[in-house]
Design a protein. Sequence first.
Length: 146
Amino acid sequence: MKKVEVVEAVILAKKEKGLTWGGIAEALGMGEVWVTSACLGMNSMPEAPAEKLCEVLGLPEGAKAALMEFPTKTWDESIPQDPLIYRLYEVVGVYGDTLKEVIQEKFGDGIMSAIDFTMDVDKQEDPKGDRVILTLNGKFLPYKAW
């Protein structure tokens, strides 16, 4: 199977079984955001969770190997059209320079790792409208001078 085929199989099986990403992640004993990303082809799964995912979803032969393949992380470079994704794109566009300034003022010249990284999505109920809480937690990597 190709990675794109396993992504389609995962989404179809998830829907057929009435599962949530959180439920799948719980069955694998891993984080919801990471599991979802791996299921969508943006991360490679270690063997044990890939095998467990195949069992949970009843994925076809070859799915485990495709889940374990190293991904090519590409995305459409045009401005996203989906409203939720566009708003995240807009947040980075509007606040990206601000975040860079504040992070570098606190840590020095460097970047936040997207490799040594976790992300969580939480819900905060609010009478004025529920709130989305995104937590991005990445190791600071200072630039090296030589």
